[in-house]
Design a protein around this ligand. Structure first.
Ligand SMILES: [Zn+2]
Length: 496
């Protein structure tokens, strides 16, 4: 009996080390010796052989030898080295149905036997499913981390998990090497907080309240900061707390051991968050939120309704304010209606100002030229990259040559794409002609909140509009000087 030996260069997922073909062949020879067969050809394929688009000379040679009857079987470490997809197995079955043997870590399979074909088909289907390689890599990495006692997917320590204490500050004689692990006691307290926080959210208690409770109990984020509503939400949304391993939003596995939070509770909570996200149009209830900024701390302003009404219209009062729950200073606030009134005047003044309109038009024209250049450059880089990959696939160049040539290309592409996204991210479609003020006013008055926000953004272009704190004069009238383009760091007014 003549057995071929097959090796495929690959990396050990945990360490990135190469599983050398020589090693694989040496192991295969031992198997052939043990069976008492003779060694036919030693076949191999390269690192990228798992990719569908890449040719595999070793595999193709094997098919030839099976077809011609020169080979009675193949020895390989694992069947998943041999078969990229079920189609590969079917091909081999077709050629070797009258008797071809596969020896691997899974045992001996004979393609002339229906039972063995059945088993192989299941093995290959499973291997394909899990060798959705990312998923397998992540699981392996996770398994290794677990063995090391870290219990999570790597990276910095997460709240509720063991690891290096990120809140620790080195003393005068200490360096980062001295950074201690958090205590088991602290991890346990954090885990209790995660469970109780999830229960509280499911019972309708707000994130702000939970943040306050955690702060009062002396709990801090993994980085040692105080809790605010958004960080509470983000920490309660982590799948790993429920023992779920997700990658790009897809479940790829479950962690061993008891999850911190009941997976069912976690899914319910996530459903609630998702429903809220769908139900709410972000920031569309007020014209200035996320656009106006606090003059003291530069954070974007939030808005919230009040319990009182404007006497003349009966409309509910609201304020713009610098939001502590969004890491703002909390010191600046102003009446919603008064500020919206000023925003309306500002938009009318700017959009009907021919100097402003022509400046906007010129700026857009400059951007348009640059954008066209960028698109052309990106296209060129992509073509080069494609040509390179093609040559690699045809084995006209080696992998290391490909890497050398591709590295600067990839860097260029990243830079070009970032600039393109930044330039095209602005509002490039607004009017560039000056309009009569009555026309702008009519658009504003007829528009809904979202249309007014678009008009405001368009009128501001690259300028930032700040809200200053109120002077303590007790005046009831809104002081329009509080809205300013001045840069707080550079009050000379060069911002406009
Ligand atoms: Zn502020």
């Amino acid at each position: 009996m003549v057995l071929d030996s097959y090796g495929r260069l690959s990396r050990v997922p945990e360490t990135g080390e190469l599983e050398k073909i020589d090693t694989q062949w040496a192991d295969n020879r031992k198997v052939i010796e043990r069976i008492g067969a003779s060694l036919g050809e030693q076949l191999k394929d390269g690192l990228s052989a798992w990719k569908r688009s890449v040719r595999r000379p070793g595999w193709e040679r094997l098919l030839e030898r099976v077809e011609s009857g020169e080979s009675d079987g193949i020895v390989v470490w694992h069947t998943d080295r041999l078969f990229r997809q079920p189609r590969d197995l079917e091909k081999l079955i077709e050629l070797g149905e009258r008797g071809f043997k596969i020896y691997s870590a899974h045992g001996e399979r004979d393609l002339s036997r229906a039972d063995d074909r059945f088993i192989l088909r299941i093995e290959v289907a499973q291997a394909c499913k899990s060798s959705d390689d990312t998923s397998r890599r992540i699981k392996r990495r996770f398994a290794t981390k677990r063995e090391q006692g870290a219990g999570y997917l790597g990276g910095p320590r997460r709240f509720g998990w063991p690891g290096k204490d990120l809140a620790w500050v080195p003393g005068p004689e200490e360096t980062d090497k001295d950074r201690p692990d958090v205590t088991a006691d602290q991890v346990e307290r954090e885990r209790t907080a995660l469970r109780e926080g999830t229960d509280a959210q499911l019972a309708g208690i707000g994130q702000g309240t939970i943040a306050n409770e955690w702060n009062a109990a002396g709990l801090r984020t993994a980085l040692g900061r105080e809790w605010i509503a958004v960080t509470v939400k983000s920490v309660l949304s982590r799948p790993m707390n429920a023992g779920l391993i997700e990658h790009d939003g897809k479940l790829v596995g479950r962690m061993e051991g008891d999850p911190i939070v009941d997976p069912e509770d976690f899914e319910r909570l996530r459903a609630i968050y998702a429903a809220r996200r769908r139900g709410r149009v972000v920031g569309e209830r007020y014209i200035g939120t996320g656009i106006l900024r606090c003059w003291l701390c530069r954070m974007k302003l939030s808005a919230a309704p009040k319990d009182t009404v404007y006497k003349d219209t009966g409309e509910r009062r609201a304020v713009y304010f610098c939001n502590k729950q969004r890491r703002g200073c909390g010191k600046v606030y102003g009446d919603r209606r008064a500020i919206d009134h000023e925003l309306r005047l500002l938009v009318i003044a700017r959009q009907s100002d021919s100097r402003h309109a022509s400046a906007v038009a010129a700026a857009r024209a400059r951007v348009a030229d640059r954008l066209a250049d960028l698109r052309a450059e990106i296209g060129e880089c992509e073509q080069l990259q494609e040509a390179l990959s093609e040559r690699l696939g045809l084995r006209e160049i080696r992998l290391d040559a490909f890497d050398r040539a591709n590295k600067p290309l990839a860097a260029d592409l990243a830079r070009l794409r970032a600039e393109r996204d930044q330039l095209s991210g602005g509002n490039a479609d607004g009017p560039v002609e000056a309009q009569p003020p009555e026309e702008v006013a009519r658009q504003w008055d007829d528009g809904d909140v979202s249309e007014r926000r678009t008009m405001l953004t368009s009128a501001l272009e690259k300028n930032v509009l700040y809200l200053k704190p109120a002077a303590r004069t007790g005046a009831r009238v809104f002081d329009r000087e509080r809205l300013t383009f001045d840069d707080p760091e550079d009050p000379s007014g060069t911002a406009e």
